[in-house]
Design a protein around this ligand. Structure first.
Ligand SMILES: Nc1ncnc2c1ncn2[C@@H]1O[C@H](COP(=O)(O)OP(=O)(O)OP(=O)(O)O)[C@@H](O)[C@H]1O
Length: 327
């Protein structure tokens, strides 16, 4: 349904140069990422802080412009439409985002009703009774009683605010929902309820999800496929269950080793990460980004970009020395 290919985002950093031709250093936040999200599919996106997850999701939702690459959606390359113009594009209603911080993403001066109504007004042109009916339908789907719609964010609990954020995102009946750590600011018990709500909505409305999370156990539970990011690149991708059971990339192995997976024993030695990641500023294009931190790394990894290997059908990893044995 959505196919991103070779998507990159580079930010100029450091002080602007006196001479326009002198190049500023570039921070490679997202580097040649390709990712497909099928209809009705839930794809998880994981990786440590600063690896580029938010930048990638913001490009896919066309909140920021990619430096290069394509985003095919509904037969059109969305990357070719400037972000400023995308605000009025029909696909804007079809791709919606749910943010981590429901509190910060809802205008404190808006009631719950107004927050949910805003995208319906802007993107669907609804007014009056039709607008009220759509707001109430979205709220009801998210388990928000009508009586709460007149309240301001500070008069709502964390769970209720999360429901407002989700209701606002589904109000325009999107086909793709991008969820950026949607439950990480919530208490554990509320997280479970919201995850159930999201699963139910996906089934009822047939949406696709791109689900960004730090919580690998949640990703494993709810995602069909998972993409693992490291320093701007997707280093491994495949069916969530298979990737978590037997990671091919040493970085994925280290991530999986850092969590306890209920009911699963690990064979072989654990991989523990040491050292700091490389700098994302003007990285060496001829080296693996994980080189220096990778326990399987050899001289070749610092000299040659890693090839894409396929450890099994539907799986891919970027590595010179993937772990191909079953975990
Ligand atoms: N506007 C910007 N200008 C310069 N650098 C930026 C900008 N936005 C993000 N970055 C850098 O891009 C890299 C990726 O950041 P991003 O927020 O996408 O990571 P993330 O994986 O979402 O992290 P987190 O999980 O902490 O939110 C980081 O090194 C960050 O400092």
């Amino acid at each position: 349904m959505l196919v991103a290919s070779s998507l990159s985002k580079r930010f100029p950093v450091g002080r602007p140069r006196l001479f326009a031709r002198a190049r500023r250093p570039l921070l490679h936040a997202v580097d040649r990422v390709s990712l497909a999200i099928g209809a009705g599919e839930t794809v998880g996106l994981v990786g440590e802080s600063g690896c580029g997850k938010t930048t990638l999701t913001r490009m896919l939702a066309r909140l920021i412009d990619p430096t290069e690459g394509r985003i095919l959606f509904g037969g059109e390359d969305l990357a070719a439409i400037p972000a400023a113009r995308f605000a009025r594009h029909p696909a804007r209603a079809a791709i919606q985002m749910v943010f981590q911080d429901a509190e910060g993403s809802i205008n404190p001066r808006f009631t719950a009703f107004e927050a949910i109504a805003a995208p319906l007004r802007r993107l669907r042109g609804l007014r009056g009774a039709a607008l009220a009916a759509s707001v109430e339908r979205a709220a009801e789907r998210c388990g928000l009683p009508k009586e709460l719609l007149g309240r301001f964010p500070h008069q709502l609990s964390g769970g209720q605010k999360a429901r407002v954020g989700i209701a606002r995102a589904i109000a325009t009946e999107p086909t793709l929902l991008i969820l950026d750590e949607p439950t990480s600011a919530l208490d554990v018990s509320v997280q479970v309820v919201i995850l159930h709500l999201l699963a139910e909505l996906r089934r009822a409305l047939g949406m696709s999800y791109l689900f960004v999370s730090h919580d690998l156990n949640v990703v494993r539970l709810i995602c069909d496929r998972v993409a693992v990011m490291y320093l701007g690149r997707i280093v491994e991708e495949g069916p969530a269950e298979a990737v978590f059971r037997s990671p091919a990339h040493p970085y994925t192995r280290a991530l999986v080793d850092s969590i306890a997976i209920p009911g699963q024993k690990r064979a072989g030695a654990r991989i523990r990460l040491t050292g700091d990641p490389q700098s994302p500023i003007d990285p060496d294009p001829e080296a693996c980004r994980f080189h220096g931190r990778c326990p399987r790394g050899e001289a070749l990894c610092g000299r040659a970009a890693p090839p894409e290997v396929s450890p099994a059908p539907g799986r891919r990893a970027l590595c010179h020395f993937p772990l191909l044995e079953p975990g």
